[in-house]
Design a protein around this ligand. Structure first.
Ligand SMILES: [Mg+2]
Length: 212
C-alpha cells in the first residue's frame, strides 16, 4: 500500500472526538463557588467540592438557588476557559480529527455556547446540546466508527460500549474505581501523547473580544 493510502486508512479509523465543556474545557465549578459565596456568605473553594453535582452537597435553599443559576443561559457566557484543554482541542483539529462539542446544557443555551466557543477559539465541526446528546453520539459509535468522549462526569461511564472510550480530567469527584475503557488524566499533554498528536504546537492567542 502506498504511504498516501496508509495515511488515508489511518485517517478513516480515527475516532471522532467529543468534548464536554463544563468542567472539561471551562471552569464551571469555580464560577458556581464564586456565585454561591457572593449570595450566601459561604466560603466554598472549587477543589473542596466533592460532588460532580455541586447542589448535592448544599442545603436545600442554596441548592434550589444554584439550580436556578444553572437554568439561566447567560451563566454559561462567563465560564472561564481552560486554555490547556482548548490548546489540546486545537492540536487535535490541526491533526485532522473530527471534533464534536457536546454538553448537557439545553438548546436554550445554544447561542451563548456557540458564542463562547468562537470567542475562546475552540475548533469544532458540530455542537450537540441537551441531556441526551452524548448518549445519542455514543449510541451512534461502534468498533468500526470509534468515538472518544472527554468528560468530567462519572455518570457518563454508563455510555461505555464497544467503540466508545472516555478520557476524564481528574477532579475532586473522580471516583477511585475506574471501569475499563476510561482513562483518568492529569495533563492534556499526556492525552496528546497517547494519541500520537504533537503537543509542539503554536500557543493559541486569546483575548476578550469586545462585543459589538
Ligand atoms: Mg462536565
Amino acid at each position: 500500500m502506498s504511504i498516501a493510502g496508509a495515511a488515508f486508512l489511518q485517517a478513516l479509523m480515527r475516532p471522532r472526538l467529543v468534548f464536554d465543556i463544563d468542567g472539561t474545557l471551562g471552569f464551571l465549578t469555580e464560577a458556581f463557588c464564586t456565585a454561591l459565596n457572593a449570595r450566601w456568605g459561604t466560603s466554598f473553594q472549587a477543589w473542596q467540592m466533592s460532588h460532580y453535582r455541586v447542589e448535592d452537597q448544599l442545603p436545600p435553599e442554596q441548592a434550589n438557588w444554584l439550580l436556578q443559576v444553572f437554568a439561566t443561559s447567560v451563566t454559561y457566557a462567563n465560564v472561564a476557559p481552560d486554555y490547556s484543554g482548548i490548546a489540546a482541542v486545537q492540536a487535535f483539529a490541526r491533526t485532522g480529527y473530527e471534533i464534536i462539542v457536546a454538553s448537557d446544557r439545553s438548546e436554550d443555551c445554544r447561542a451563548v455556547t456557540e458564542d463562547w466557543l468562537a470567542r475562546w477559539r475552540v475548533p469544532h465541526d458540530a455542537v450537540r446540546l441537551g441531556h441526551d446528546a452524548k448518549a445519542q453520539l455514543a449510541a451512534s459509535a461502534g468498533p468500526d466508527d470509534p468515538l472518544v468522549l472527554f468528560d468530567d462526569d462519572p455518570e457518563k461511564f454508563t455510555l461505555l460500549a464497544p467503540g466508545v472510550r472516555i478520557y476524564m480530567p481528574r477532579r475532586p469527584w473522580t471516583p477511585a474505581e475506574i471501569p475499563a475503557g476510561v482513562t483518568v488524566f492529569d495533563e492534556w499533554s499526556g492525552v496528546l501523547e497517547a494519541f500520537g498528536v504533537s503537543s509542539d504546537v503554536p500557543i493559541p492567542q486569546f483575548s476578550r473580544m469586545a462585543t459589538t
